[in-house]
Design a protein around this ligand. Structure first.
Ligand code: TMP
Length: 207
């Protein structure tokens, strides 16, 4: 029997180590002969990557930002996420809807009700499990500052990222069955081990 794949998302503010964790978990699953799709939001398809460039670089109204993110997401769901799940692949996604609640909701001030409406209208597949990599804002921003030229989000003030972190905490409290908090101040190895522990339990429960 082919093991059914699962949809897993990875969330957190800038510089918390999401991408490293996504890549390591992907390799760990592939080493178990599982089919894995690594993807990200905004992005994941050619059109969604084009929308990503606009969203992270072009000045725009917050409502435009929100709708472009959902356009990119609709395309991503239709072309990548749902087809992959249908053939039994695992989908590991660097950011998904919780980022919208955290960044556009808490960060930019869009009401949760508006985001709820868009989610219920356009998102018909939710992650089975979401890892929220949480660290004090200063820790993440220090790591992110070492990277190349900052984009429109990375240039935001610390207060914005404080609100984003509160947004993730609110999502975690609202959806505690799906979202797991990982302490992102621990080492990359410890983070990886903890994440694999959760996934191992998830796979055993699904057997
Ligand atoms: P990344 O650099 O982590 O890949 O993400 C690009 C930026 O997009 C990041 O600063 C957060 C932002 N973003 C949102 O504001 N809302 C969303 O729904 C998503 C998926 C990302």
């Amino acid at each position: 029997m082919i093991a059914a794949g699962m949809f897993i998302s990875f969330e957190g503010s800038e510089g918390v180590g999401k991408s490293t964790l996504v890549n390591r978990v992907g390799k760990w699953l592939r080493d178990q002969a599982l089919s894995v799709v690594l993807t990200r939001e905004p992005g994941g398809t050619e059109l969604s990557e084009t929308l990503r460039e606009l969203v992270i670089n072009e000045p725009m109204a917050v409502q435009t930002e929100l709708l472009l993110l959902f356009a990119a997401r609709a395309e991503h769901l239709d072309k990548v996420i749902k087809p992959a799940l249908t053939v039994g692949s695992w989908v590991l996604c660097d950011r998904f809807v919780d980022a919208t609640y955290a960044y556009q909701g808490h960060g930019r001030g869009i009401s949760m009700g508006q985001i709820d409406l868009l989610v219920s209208a356009f998102v018909d597949v939710m992650p089975k499990l979401t890892f929220w990599l949480d660290a004090p804002v200063s820790v993440g921003l220090e790591r992110a500052a070492k990277r190349s030229a900052p984009d429109r989000f990375e240039r935001e003030k610390i207060e914005f990222f404080d609100r984003v972190r509160t947004g993730y905490r609110t999502q975690y409290e609202r959806e505690g069955d799906r979202i797991v908090r990982l302490d992102a101040t621990q080492s990359a190895d410890a983070l990886f081990d903890e994440a694999c522990g959760y996934l191992t339990r998830l796979m055993s429960a699904a057997k």
